[in-house]
Design a protein around this ligand. Structure first.
Ligand code: NAP
Length: 277
C-alpha cells in the first residue's frame, strides 16, 4: 500500500480502516482488519470504541511503530483543558503514548456560536502545543469548510496537515478540496462509500460493471485517483480484505467526471456550517 506524504514530512497510509458505528463489536472487526494488513485505523473519542481498539491492537502483537492511529477531539472538548483531557483519555484507552494524527472532529460554526472563530483558534492552539511536545505527531481538522479553514489559518502557527471531510462519488466538495490542496492540506474521505448508501446507485453500478469491480471498490479507487486518502469501514471479513487489497486500476477521465457529478444519493445530509451539535 502507498503512503501519502503530509505537509510536515510524515507519511500516512492511503487507505485507513473506518470504525464509526461498528455494530458487531469493534474489537473483533479491528482484529480482522489488522490481520488483513491494515496499518491505519481511524477512530474518535465520540465513537466510544477507543478502548476496544486498544485491546485489539494489544492482542495483535503488532509493534506500535508499525501502526498509524488517528483520533479526534469531540465538540464538548473545544478548549485548552478539554483538548488535553481528551488526549490523555484517548491515549490511555488506545494503550499508547502517542497519536499519529489528532483532528478537531467538527468546527464550532457560526450558527451556534458568535465567537466560533475564537473557539476553533483556542482548540487549535492546544493541539499545536501537543504537537510541539511530540505526543501527537501530526495535527489536522475534520469537517472544516472554507469559512472555518480560512479563519483558522489567520491565527494558526502550524498549518493543518489534513482535513477529513465527506467525500465520495456524487459529493466531492470541490471548492474545499481545491483550497486545501492549494494550502498543502491533504484530504481524507469520510464515508467513501456513502455509509453504504452508494451501493444502491444504479449509475454507479453501471460504471463499476465497466471495470469489472464492485461499487465499493470503485468508490475507494475514485478517492485514491482523486488524491484523497480513503477510510472505508466494513464488518464483513471479505469486504475488509478486498477494500485494501484490490488491484489498483485507472478510471477514465470521463468516468471520473460522471462519478463526481453523480446524483447526491450517498450524501449524509450533514452540513458542518449548520449542524447543531
Ligand atoms: N470525521 C467525521 O465526521 C466522520 C464522519 C463519518 C465517518 N467518518 C469515518 O469514515 C469511516 C467510513 O465511513 P462510514 O462508516 O460512514 O462508511 P463507508 O465506509 O462509507 O461505508 C460502509 C458501508 O459500506 C459497506 N461496504 C464496505 N465495503 C464494502 C464492500 N467491499 N462491498 C460491499 N459493501 C461494502 C459496509 O457494509 P459491510 O459491513 O457489510 O461491508 C457498510 O455498510 C467511518 O467509519 C469513520 O472512521 C468520519
Amino acid at each position: 500500500m502507498k503512503n501519502v506524504i503530509l505537509n510536515n514530512g510524515t507519511e500516512i497510509p492511503e487507505i485507513g480502516f473506518g470504525t464509526w458505528q461498528t455494530t458487531e463489536g469493534v474489537q473483533k472487526t479491528v482484529k480482522i482488519a489488522l490481520d488483513a494488513g491494515y496499518t491505519h485505523i481511524d477512530t474518535a473519542d465520540i465513537y466510544g470504541n477507543e478502548a476496544e481498539i486498544g485491546e485489539a491492537i494489544e492482542g495483535s502483537g503488532i509493534a506500535r511503530k508499525d501502526l498509524y492511529l488517528t483520533t479526534k477531539i469531540w465538540n464538548s472538548n473545544r478548549s485548552t483543558q478539554g483538548v488535553k483531557r481528551s488526549v490523555e483519555q484517548s491515549l490511555k484507552k488506545l494503550k499508547t503514548d502517542y497519536l499519529d494524527l489528532l483532528l478537531i472532529h467538527w468546527p464550532a460554526n457560526e450558527k451556534q456560536f458568535e465567537n466560533w472563530k475564537e473557539i476553533n483558534a483556542e482548540t487549535w492552539k492546544a493541539m499545536e502545543e501537543l504537537y510541539r511536545s511530540g505526543v501527537v505527531k501530526t495535527i489536522g481538522v475534520s469537517n472544516f469548510m472554507l469559512p472555518q479553514i480560512k479563519a483558522l489559518l489567520e491565527t494558526a502557527e502550524v498549518i493543518p496537515a489534513v482535513n477529513q471531510i465527506e467525500f465520495h462519488p456524487g459529493y466531492v466538495q470541490q471548492t474545499v478540496v481545491d483550497y486545501c490542496k492549494e494550502k498543502g492540506i491533504a484530504i481524507e474521505a469520510w464515508s467513501p462509500i456513502g455509509s453504504g448508501r452508494l451501493l444502491k446507485d444504479e449509475d454507479l453500478k453501471d460504471i463499476a460493471d465497466k471495470y469489472d469491480v464492485s461499487p465499493a471498490i470503485l468508490c475507494i479507487q475514485f478517492c485514491l485517483q482523486s488524491g484523497v486518502i480513503a477510510l472505508p469501514k466494513s464488518e464483513n471479513p471479505t469486504n475488509i480484505y478486498n477494500n485494501l487489497h484490490f488491484e489498483r486500476f485507472k478510471i477514465s477521465e470521463s468516468d471520473m467526471k460522471s462519478l463526481k457529478t453523480l446524483e447526491e444519493t450517498g450524501f449524509s445530509g450533514l452540513n458542518p456550517e449548520t449542524v447543531d451539535f
